[in-house]
Design a binder for this molecule. Structure first.
Ligand code: 5AD
Ligand code: SF4
Length: 470
């Protein structure tokens, strides 16, 4: 899943002195980048930086970049071109502007960024965010700093723990990275090269962070990892724990009402994780489980190491233990060698699974990945036609899923003020946005509501206190 968001980290709690520096962080890409931006914001807050949502006000601008699909690097260079003009204008009036590039383009491009974009002061890869404050200090002394090592120390041990007020200001849902990197080497994907090999955070770190989030008012935590269900670590009982075990433990934290995790690989959906879906009421009935293609030939060439039938069987097993589970997926059309027939197989698997939500992309050549060197690259117009057909089908399923919710009474986690006075936007168990009449003082509560209608990107509901207890 990909979004472009600017991530305000938190309001300036008590430290907005006139001489404090302001930081603007622009976040591209996946949820992990959103989480990373928050953690970088925390590290900078300890250095006296306060976040701003206005780029013009910022003394430091960070672009936290994504490299997953085409033109990512070019987009960053053109953004940097605009920043160059801004920096020149600032210098003309004697004001400082520092510019940093972080994230996956920083990792992939490295030195090239310093060479092509003189405006950049620091380039920091995803594994060295804890060194950002130090890099900025060196940059202020006039150095241009690049740090894209795979740090030997654990960055999470060094990233500062934030305070309750700051957590509270971010809302009642939170991401928590438990795993990073990927050893799967799907032939289309750049992630093993930008995020490195699979690393799992230790149990105690995850539990501590989760408890802190809950103390700061968080009710729902989404565990993140490029391959989140490949998470493995030694448990307090000395056994090797898998993600299922971790979820059972997290479910014990009082006040933590909801758990989710993303993104999973079908090969790592083990029995314990499926049992967790059966047993844990706080584990939400929503699973993002990308299959990418419905053709066994293409799945093989993508190095997915499972067949379409394996995937369908897995979905059956999960649905048996949690019949109300909503499925979401990712798809790539036009992978090298994909024929019309292969594409029909993809449409068929979509029909068979019936997704509540999905993301679909045209295959995009990533230099350095095996897919880039494969013969039979699919022409752009064919990719575009296939994407259009697939998206029409997926949108139809998404709309049908939304309609099937109408009339149901569901638990709604009230998340943020709605567009109109007296309205609040909540999150359904199936990750839908739901508008309901409620007071903003109720944000953080989970209330029963009846779904009464659907909009283009959200649902409408009315309170249903009479029917279910909170
Ligand atoms: N081209 C198109 N889509 C891609 N994805 C990953 N790499 C590529 C690529 N080279 C998609 C996959 C993945 C999602 C995060 O992005 O579907 O699951
Ligand atoms: Fe993009 Fe992947 Fe990096 Fe996330 S991990 S920012 S999706 S390249």
């Amino acid at each position: 899943m990909s979004t472009d968001t600017s991530t305000p980290t938190s309001p300036a709690e008590g430290q907005a002195a006139a001489n404090t520096r302001k930081v603007f962080i622009k976040t591209y890409g996946c949820q992990m980048n959103v989480y990373d931006s928050v953690r970088m914001g925390d590290a900078l807050a300890n250095e006296g930086y306060v976040p701003t949502e206005e780029m013009e006000e910022a003394d430091l601008i960070l672009l936290n970049t994504c490299h997953i699909r085409e033109k990512a690097a070019e987009k960053v260079y053109s953004a940097l071109g605009r920043l160059r003009d801004m920096k020149q204008a600032r210098h003309a009036v004697g004001r400082e502007l520092m510019v940093g590039v972080t994230g996956c383009v920083a990792q992939a491009e490295g030195e090239e960024i310093l060479r092509r974009a003189p405006v950049v002061d620091v380039v920091i890869g995803p594994q060295t965010y804890h060194r950002l404050p130090d890099a900025l200090r060196r940059a202020r002394d006039g150095q241009r700093v690049i740090d894209t090592d795979y740090a030997v120390e654990d960055k999470f041990e060094y990233l500062p723990v934030t305070d309750k007020a700051r957590i509270r200001s971010r809302g009642v849902t939170s991401f928590l990275t438990v795993q990073e990197g990927c050893d799967k080497f799907c032939t289309f994907c750049v992630v093993p090269y930008t995020r490195g090999s699979e690393v799992s955070r230790p149990v105690h770190q995850i539990l501590n962070e989760a408890r802190q989030l809950v103390e700061g008012g968080v009710r729902e935590i989404t565990l993140l990892g490029q391959n989140v269900n490949a998470w493995r670590a030694e448990g307090p009982d000395g056994r090797e724990w898998s993600l299922g075990d971790l979820l059972y433990q997290l479910a014990e934290i009082p006040g933590l009402a909801r758990l989710r995790y993303t993104t999973s690989h079908p090969r790592d959906m083990d029995d314990r994780l499926i049992e967790a879906h059966r047993d844990l009421r706080s584990l939400m009935p929503y699973l993002h489980l990308p299959v990418q293609s419905g053709s066994d030939r293409i799945l093989k060439s993508m190095n997915r190491r499972h067949t379409a039938a394996d995937y369908l069987l897995l979905i059956d097993r999960i649905r048996q233990v949690r019949p109300d589970i909503a499925l979401s997926g990712d798809f790539i059309v036009g992978f090298p060698g994909e024929t019309d027939r292969d594409f029909e197989d993809t449409l068929r698997i979509v029909e068979q699974v019936n997704y509540a939500q999905a993301f679909s992309f045209k295959y995009s050549i990533r230099p350095g990945t095996p897919g880039a060197d494969m013969a039979d690259q699919v022409p752009e117009d064919v990719k575009a036609q296939r994407l259009e057909r697939l998206q029409a089908l997926l949108l139809k399923q998404q709309a049908e899923f939304a309609k099937s919710c109408v009339g149901k009474v569901i638990d709604l986690l009230l998340e943020k003020p709605g567009r109109n006075e007296g309205q609040v936007i909540g999150r359904s168990p199936w990750l839908q946005s739901v508008n309901v009449d409620a007071k903003t003082s109720q944000i953080g509560d989970i209330i029963p509501v009846r779904i009464i209608g659907t909009g283009p990107n959200s649902l409408f509901a009315e309170p249903a206190q009479d029917l279910v207890g909170t």
